[in-house]
Design a protein around this ligand. Structure first.
Ligand code: PDD
Length: 286
């Protein structure tokens, strides 16, 4: 594999040599936003939706978009061409830039723009076959979880709790209601329906949320977007996670108890197959 090349403030440089100031507000305050874009065979998947969400995150935190869609696409194209392997994820981050420490926005600061590629962390075959394990925790993140903010301490601590018991994800509950997981959206299957909590400020609207609606429609499955109670999660026939890197993944063990039959179920199988086929179709035509 070639050494990794990244993008920093207008230049493509080896990842090992990229440097930002310790006064960058991303470092000091976590003052910035990010995206993770999956790419297969060196082609980004659903890039428009990722760029649209980046635009929403930026404007919500009062940052301008430093690049237009064509410039972002060109930047990603270069990273995907000049890095290995063919399946990659692109991490993109914009911070409020370098300034003397002061909570209020500094005037005339140039945003720091960073992007790099990492090999796509494909879910291991064994985990796909037997399903993932997850634990639940109270959701103690801030109330603007719809912003893809780089301030991720709440998510980091949540994820660490599952990592420490050898589980793959932490599912978050706020006041008895399912929100999402530390870095994925959560879906509950009950009585043949796919339940998904409404997207509001307490959840990040994953790019796979709209995609799951398409996949469900293509498999003839009904999606109900409505609040999902903790007890429904615990009595689910199936629980699914979605994210750029997990795609669609079944949870078969929740807080040490089997979910449904304790194996990936038929709804998971249908949606995962539909995901793979839409991916193939779009990458073929793009
Ligand atoms: N995380 N919810 C949260 C809190 C997330 O961090 C993510 C993605 C998702 C799923 O979004 P999408 O389908 O667009 O990947 C939901 C990324 C992968 C990350 O932080 O690495």
């Amino acid at each position: 594999m070639r050494p990794s090349l990244c993008y920093l403030n207008g230049a493509f440089v080896p990842l090992d040599e990229a440097r930002v100031s310790v006064l960058d507000r991303g470092f000091i305050f976590g003052d910035g936003v990010y995206e993770v874009v999956p790419a297969y065979a060196r082609r980004p998947f659903r890039l428009d939706a990722h760029l649209a969400r980046l635009g929403r995150s930026l404007s919500t935190v009062g940052l301008g978009n430093p690049l237009d869609c064509n410039q972002w696409a060109a930047l990603l194209g270069r990273l995907l061409t000049d890095n290995d392997p063919a399946d990659q994820c692109i991490y993109m981050q914009v911070t409020r830039g370098v300034a003397r420490r002061d909570h209020a926005f500094p005037p005339n600061t140039v945003p720091t723009v960073f992007a790099y590629s990492f090999p796509f962390p494909h879910v291991q075959a064994g985990l796909r076959e037997k399903g993932a394990s997850a634990v639940t925790l109270p959701d103690m993140r801030w109330l603007s979880a719809h912003v893809k903010s780089i301030s991720l301490l709440g998510s980091v601590l949540a994820r660490q709790a599952s990592a420490e018991v050898g589980a793959q994800e932490t599912i978050l509950i706020r006041d008895g209601w399912l929100t999402e997981a530390s870095s994925s959206n959560v879906w509950v299957v009950r009585h043949g329906q796919l339940l998904s909590p409404p997207m509001d400020h307490l959840k990040l609207e994953g790019v796979r949320v709209a995609l799951m609606d398409e996949l469900a429609a293509s498999t003839g499955l009904a999606v109900r977007r409505r609040p999902v109670a903790e007890w429904e999660l615990r009595c689910a026939d199936e629980v699914l996670l979605t994210s750029a890197t997990k795609e669609v993944l079944a949870v078969t063990l929740l807080d040490d108890r089997p979910v449904g039959a304790g194996l990936p179920g038929p709804v998971y199988a249908a949606l995962y197959a539909a995901y793979q086929s839409i991916k193939r179709a779009e990458l073929h035509t793009s």
